[in-house]
Design a protein around this ligand. Structure first.
Ligand code: HEC
Ligand code: HEC
Ligand code: HEC
Ligand code: HEC
Ligand code: HEC
Ligand code: HEC
Ligand code: HEC
Ligand code: HEC
Ligand code: HEC
Ligand code: HEC
Length: 316
């Protein structure tokens, strides 16, 4: 019987845990998770932590989290809510049991040993108010087991920039090795040069859109945030741009072809749609486009390929 009970119990525990995370993502009032040995513990003045953890205590004073003050802590029971118990213990939970029995690792909330869901629940107990992090629990990153502390370090950040473990884009490359090659292509968005960041297009905390994009790539909204000149509206729109979208012709990251183009030969790109037998709805090229050298370089005549206000065939 015991073996039949166990999975059910685990399922219940998981449901409670997930429930906790979802609740934390919605309501600031949700109680952050505690460590096993913190049951019945209470808050102590944060100065107590300094006695044994001077390094973390000193570093804390200059970190963004110093906005959670260490002084003036009330030492009453947790019933008053953790917000009334700030400082170290707002993240590590009540410290009374721990200071009395520091040898027992279960007496303090340790971000390195708890589950990813518990880390996320703890961080989001405060950071759920930001639009940036609000989708984290349902993000591709969270679903693949990532937690806040895979990218951020509270006490040992490698960069001043939002407490990151590594600066961008190295942080992203540390897991996304294949994407590093994208941005080493001859034509690429200048991410390695610092002109554009991964997070201009992606939100690493997740979005409701595919690929954790900040705006839809289906409607090209993500590209228009910077390339406003391509948005139009134009008197003569190129359906390939307006309907099929930028990614029909361009790679978003990098390409071995000029201008991030998907194919090396513009001629072939155009003729993917503009042939007599095409099902794309695009007209075939006129018969005088006989593919002699003169007509091969489509862009030498059709220069305004993204749309034009003057020429229905995009000459000017
Ligand atoms: C009497 C000394 C003492 C006091 C006071 C104390 N700690 Fe600790 N703490 C320890 C010891 C010893 C460990 C185990 C360290 C180890 O394993 O390297 C520890 C471990 C921890 C850990 C787990 C980290 C790890 O890597 O094991 C955290 C987090 C922590 N303490 C936070 C606090 C906080 C917050 C306070 C104040 C409420 C506090 N401690 C007060 C002695 C103390
Ligand atoms: C914003 C949440 C937060 C606050 C506030 C905080 N910590 Fe931590 N602490 C962490 C996290 C997360 C880790 C895991 C290591 C990391 O990410 O740097 C950690 C790790 C530790 C460790 C383990 C050793 C180490 O350096 O990694 C100790 C000890 C510790 N904290 C003590 C403290 C003390 C003392 C304070 C108050 C001065 C404090 N913490 C405030 C989140 C916090
Ligand atoms: C008790 C509430 C609380 C908890 C829990 C908490 N934070 Fe914070 N966090 C803050 C406050 C307050 C700031 C300072 C915000 C500001 O500067 O406006 C901050 C700042 C930050 C920043 C820097 C933002 C910036 O613009 O520089 C990062 C990154 C961050 N927190 C990550 C985390 C992570 C990761 C965790 C979990 C390990 C965590 N926080 C837990 C309250 C909290
Ligand atoms: C995959 C890496 C990654 C993970 C996981 C991650 N972050 Fe971040 N976080 C970043 C990066 C990169 C930035 C800088 C964003 C930018 O510059 O637009 C950032 C920025 C922030 C900021 C600064 C202000 C803001 O909103 O942009 C806060 C606060 C923050 N993260 C909290 C969290 C919390 C809380 C979690 C867990 C729920 C978390 N992060 C998980 C990479 C990550
Ligand atoms: C100019 C905007 C932009 C920038 C900058 C950008 N991306 Fe992307 N990324 C996209 C778009 C758009 C897609 C979706 C591609 C598709 O649908 O074919 C994507 C897809 C992805 C994917 C999922 C698909 C795949 O190829 O595995 C990953 C992972 C990714 N990007 C990582 C990164 C990393 C890491 C960086 C920074 C080093 C970065 N991106 C910079 C726009 C961008
Ligand atoms: C600790 C490892 C790790 C780090 C750091 C990391 N990622 Fe990821 N990322 C993953 C994993 C795992 C997946 C899911 C599997 C996959 O698609 O490769 C993923 C998926 C993605 C996806 C695809 C989402 C989808 O819908 O398929 C994008 C986009 C992405 N990450 C962007 C980033 C960006 C931008 C950064 C840097 C700010 C970053 N990641 C940092 C591990 C990481
Ligand atoms: C955060 C701003 C930003 C976003 C978002 C953005 N771009 Fe760019 N893009 C740039 C900048 C800056 C340059 C010029 C870089 C340079 O000088 O090489 C550029 C250059 C280009 C080029 C020309 C490259 C060349 O070698 O001529 C193409 C094509 C391009 N982007 C397509 C796109 C597409 C498609 C999207 C949407 C997936 C997009 N961009 C989203 C900033 C952005
Ligand atoms: C039908 C294919 C096609 C589509 C769709 C397309 N482009 Fe292009 N794009 C091109 C070609 C071909 C070039 C090279 C133009 C040249 O050499 O003069 C180019 C060049 C560019 C350039 C660099 C030169 C310039 O004009 O600034 C940018 C930036 C750019 N495209 C952005 C976009 C964006 C953003 C979208 C989506 C709104 C988009 N493109 C959709 C074919 C396309
Ligand atoms: C993804 C398919 C696709 C690609 C690739 C494409 N086009 Fe188009 N193009 C269309 C469609 C669809 C129309 C609209 C036809 C209509 O309005 O009847 C169009 C319209 C045109 C027109 C105006 C024709 C007219 O009668 O209004 C010209 C000129 C043109 N494209 C040239 C090009 C060139 C040059 C390229 C290569 C840089 C190219 N196209 C790439 C699909 C495409
Ligand atoms: C030497 C200049 C030149 C070059 C190069 C050229 N075209 Fe044209 N294109 C024209 C002219 C002229 C027209 C007719 C304009 C009109 O009807 O007003 C035209 C019309 C078109 C049309 C509209 C057909 C229709 O029935 O509406 C398409 C599509 C087209 N070209 C595609 C292409 C493609 C694809 C290439 C490259 C393979 C290309 N063109 C190269 C000059 C050129």
């Amino acid at each position: 019987m015991r073996s039949a009970m166990k999975p059910r119990f685990l399922l219940l525990a998981l449901a409670l845990l997930l429930g906790g995370v979802v609740a934390a993502a919605q309501a600031p009032a949700a109680t952050p998770p505690l460590a096993a040995g913190q049951a019945g513990s209470a808050y102590v003045p944060n100065a107590a932590c300094k006695t044994c953890h001077a390094e973390e205590f000193t570093q804390y004073q200059t970190s963004p989290h110093a906005k959670i003050p260490l002084s003036g802590v009330s030492v009453s029971s947790p019933a008053g809510g953790e917000r009334a118990q700030p400082g170290c213990q707002s993240c590590h939970g009540p410290g009374k049991n721990h200071t009395e029995n520091p040898g027992d690792p279960s007496t303090i909330f340790n971000f390195r040993t708890v589950t990813p869901a518990a880390v996320i629940g703890r961080c989001l107990s405060c950071h759920n108010t930001s639009h940036e992090q609000v989708n984290f629990a349902s993000s591709v990153h969270a679903r693949n087991g990532l937690k806040c502390t895979d990218c951020h370090s509270i006490h040992h950040p490698e960069t001043e920039q939002v407490l990151l473990k590594l600066p961008q884009p190295q942080l992203c490359y540390s897991c996304h090795q294949a994407r590093r090659a994208d941005f080493e292509m001859p034509s690429h968005h200048k991410v390695n040069e610092g002109m554009v960041q991964c997070t201009d297009c992606h939100n690493p905390h997740g979005t409701p859109l595919p690929n954790q994009l900040r705006a839809s790539d289906a409607a090209d909204a993500i590209c228009y945030t910077c390339h406003v000149d391509k948005r139009g509206p134009f008197v003569y729109e190129h359906e390939a741009v307006k309907v099929d979208g930028c990614l029909t012709c361009h790679n978003p990251h990098g390409s071995s072809n000029p201008h991030l183009l998907k194919v090396s030969n513009v001629n072939i790109l155009c003729l993917q749609c503009h042939t007599a037998s095409s099902f794309s709805g695009a007209p075939g090229t006129p018969s005088f486009h006989n593919q002699t050298a003169q007509y091969q370089s489509c862009l030498s005549c059709h220069t305004q390929i993204h749309g034009s206000n003057f020429s229905p065939v995009f000459f000017y």
